[in-house]
Ligand binder design. Structure first.
Ligand SMILES: NC(=O)c1ccc[n+]([C@@H]2O[C@H](COP(=O)([O-])OP(=O)(O)OC[C@H]3O[C@@H](n4cnc5c(N)ncnc54)[C@H](OP(=O)(O)O)[C@@H]3O)[C@@H](O)[C@H]2O)c1
Length: 224
């Protein structure tokens, strides 16, 4: 039977590659972003994931027509620079909403469905700044918001044990994207990771071998 998966941030630099990977692997792919622009082989919707009511309505709509949905890759997020002195409450709120709420609201809406269906798998996207203080020195709000995403993965794993529910956390270094190249023109891009490599690693989590992994934190750093 065809497996179904939800991928948020579908139009993003990483999201696009992840959608393509799962479409090619013959998954039924539901994607979200803000634009709702169509992508071949996937059913894309425009949903503001910082709006909890809109997330709840969207999740209700897809699970009412697809009871098989038992996987979600939550890629929405974004970056902001700023050291401790430069990070005020507004900066914290902005990153919290974009990186944490957008993941949390989907987890919260999907969890009862996963539980009723005997299991499910969330893939969350962290950041090196969530794991290493030195990597958060110049992007404090970003690092703190991503550390909450990592903590959410741990809580899902504690809650979901014996329920067939689990979370994996993907931690990329710098992804080779057009915006990163534009911001760091002198960098050695060959040391960065790629959206395609991350997509392949996420897909591995859903293979027969990958299904055996637990409490997985994938540090996809390459040489960066
Ligand atoms: N790029 C890196 O080097 C890097 C490194 C470590 C971690 N990450 C993480 O990897 C993830 C993907 O990064 P990326 O570079 O692919 O980002 P990106 O190109 O900026 O894509 C972000 C995606 O999120 C969507 N989005 C943004 N705000 C939204 C909202 N409120 N509601 C619904 N969708 C929203 C965007 O939709 P629209 O296009 O329609 O606006 C887009 O699809 C992020 O969580 C990022 O923090 C990235």
């Amino acid at each position: 039977m065809q497996k179904s998966i939800l991928i948020t941030g579908a139009s993003g630099n990483l999201g696009h590659a992840v959608v393509q990977k799962f479409v090619q692997a013959d998954f039924k792919v539901y994607g979200t972003d803000r634009s709702g622009a169509s992508m071949e082989g996937a059913e894309i919707a425009s949903v503001d994931l910082t709006n909890e009511a809109a997330v709840n309505a969207y999740i209700e709509q897809i699970i009412s027509k697809d009871q098989q949905l038992n996987a979600a890759v939550l890629l929405v997020g974004g970056y902001a620079s700023g050291n401790l002195l430069a990070t005020d409450g507004a900066a914290l709120q902005k990153m919290y909403k974009l990186n944490f709420e957008t993941a949390y609201f989907v987890v919260h809406a999907l969890l009862p469905h996963f539980e009723a269906n005997g299991g499910g798998h969330f893939v969350l996207i962290g950041s090196r700044a969530a794991l290493e203080p030195n990597a958060a020195l110049y992007n404090v709000a970003y690092g703190l918001s991503k550390s909450m995403v990592v903590a959410l993965g741990n809580i899902i794993n504690a809650y979901g044990k014996d329920k067939g529910i689990r979370a994996s956390v993907v931690v990329p270094s710098i992804i080779d994207t057009p915006p990163n190249r534009a911001n760091m023109p002198d960098a050695d891009y060959s040391k960065w990771t790629t959206a395609e490599a991350i997509a392949d690693n996420i897909h591995f989590l859903f293979t027969d071998a990958g299904q055996h992994l637990r409490e997985t934190v994938l540090k996809i750093y390459n040489e960066a």
